[in-house]
Design a protein around this ligand. Sequence first.
Ligand SMILES: [Zn+2]
Length: 246
Amino acid sequence: MKITNEIYMLEIPANIMGTSSIINPTLLRDNEKVILVDTGFPGQLSKIREAIENEGVAFYDLGMVILTHQDIDHVGNTSSIIKEIQNNVKVFTHKEEKPFIDGEKKPIKLAQFEAKLDYLPENMKEIYSKLKAGFESSKVNVDYTMTDGEELPYCGGILVIYTPGHTPGHISLYLKRYKTLIAGDLLQIHNGKLILAPESTNFDMNLTKMSLKKLLNYDIETVICYHGGIYKDDTNKRIAELGDLL
Ligand SMILES: [Zn+2]
């Protein structure tokens, strides 16, 4: 879905723990660069490619992948994209998140599964095995680590906002020209309402709260949530409300 000439929200069908859903990587492009923010579940390369091409953007023009965080639905096709485009794609993420993405540390969701593996029912053990294999195949070298407040010189300026909480190194991106926030999994939309990711999926709720406060420094008109899509309804006020609830 085209949001502006430089911002496209992709809509990729996915199955999350048995429930069919849509995930929303964002495609950014200007005259210089084509950037994909988050890459879907492992095995979705052809869907991602198709979604990019349906927006009239050449898949092979992709030059950069920005990963908001380490979770499998966000990192899943990064390595296959690089393989397909032959190393011309650079991978960006926050430095706190890098070791989980390049395989130096065990991804948090996998470690959480492992801690309770003996007590899990068979079907959950199967999900665990899939997740483990998925992370294994998704390990990827990170080319560049971004810091809080850094501005990437594309699409009128992409501000990197360090918004830990969902994971230790989660980032959000603020597109200055469009007053648009790419929220990763800091925020979601459910039944038309902007909400937080479920507490069970958050690494640290105190950090989440601080991250929400931080967002209030920005004039945000539009939010793109990886789970839920676009939100535009008095956004800063709603974010403030969410912060107060915690
Ligand atoms: Zn997610």
